[in-house]
Design a protein around this ligand. Structure first.
Ligand code: ADP
Ligand code: 5GP
Length: 205
């Protein structure tokens, strides 16, 4: 685990909550690294924490439920919401649109509960403009070979989609230094332990 703030890089404002609203924990990382798996473990460990359910124009995967994993939405409706300023952040990722509803996010934060977000690097940069005190965590795979194995093993995407996601992985990983914390998801229990420790550390302050 790598906490650059403690090492004096001085890149980020102190991510502490002073306004009685929930904290924001943002998780990013290449597709197939294990973000969904780790977010699920965090939500089990902290049941009072909220998960920010994003909107996307991509098609649902087999097991995915609308309103739970994502709000699935048509491209035209997504674009209308861009025009109407409805997104706290949005981005085009791997050829689909993804966005965080400003209204849903604000409602969650007003409840005082902490919120976990799984969004990409572009979205993180945009959300930091709005909420600079967010806690940012980048999840890394142990290697590109293992990332490829996980994407294939997950068996949710075509070869073409997997190739596109792997192509984007290197670009995404090159941005990891924008994040306060970097965790390598090699052995799952270790990665869960590290992520829970990061979150617990902020929640205890
Ligand atoms: P992401 O949300 O980042 O795209 P997922 O959580 O869907 O990734 O994980 C991709 C695949 O890798 C899933 O099949 C998941 O069970 C598996 N996986 C996650 N973490 C590990 C790990 N530490 N070791 C081996 N497999 C893992
Ligand atoms: P997937 O299609 O595998 O569920 O997600 C693909 C990518 O989109 C991941 O990098 C994920 O973090 C990102 N993503 C999911 N929701 C959002 C969102 O609301 N905004 C942004 N910017 N990225 C998102």
């Amino acid at each position: 685990m790598n906490d650059r703030r403690d090492r004096g890089f001085g890149l980020k404002p102190e991510p502490l909550i002073k306004d009685g609203r929930g904290r924001r924990f943002i998780i990013s990382g290449p597709s197939g690294t294990g973000k969904t798996t780790l977010c699920s473990a965090v939500l089990n460990r902290f049941p009072e924490m909220l998960f920010s359910v994003s909107y996307t124009t991509r098609k649902p995967r087999n097991e995915e439920k609308s309103g739970v994993d994502y709000h699935f939405i048509k491209k035209r409706d997504f674009k209308d919401k861009i025009k109407d300023g409805k997104w706290a952040e949005w981005a085009e990722v791997h050829g689909n649109y993804y966005g965080t509803s400003a209204q849903l996010l604000d409602k969650g934060l007003d409840s005082g509960r902490d919120i976990l977000l799984d969004i990409d690097v572009q979205g993180t940069i945009r959300l930091l403009e709005r909420y600079p005190e967010s806690v940012t965590i980048f999840l890394m795979p142990p290697s590109i070979e293992e990332l490829k194995r996980r994407l294939k093993f997950r068996d949710t995407d075509s070869g073409e989609v997997i190739a596109r996601r792997l192509e984007n992985a290197k670009m995404e990983m090159a941005k990891k230094n924008l994040y306060l914390h970097v965790i390598i998801n090699d052995q799952l229990p270790d990665a869960i332990g590290q992520l829970v420790a990061v979150i617990e550390n902020y929640r205890s302050k």
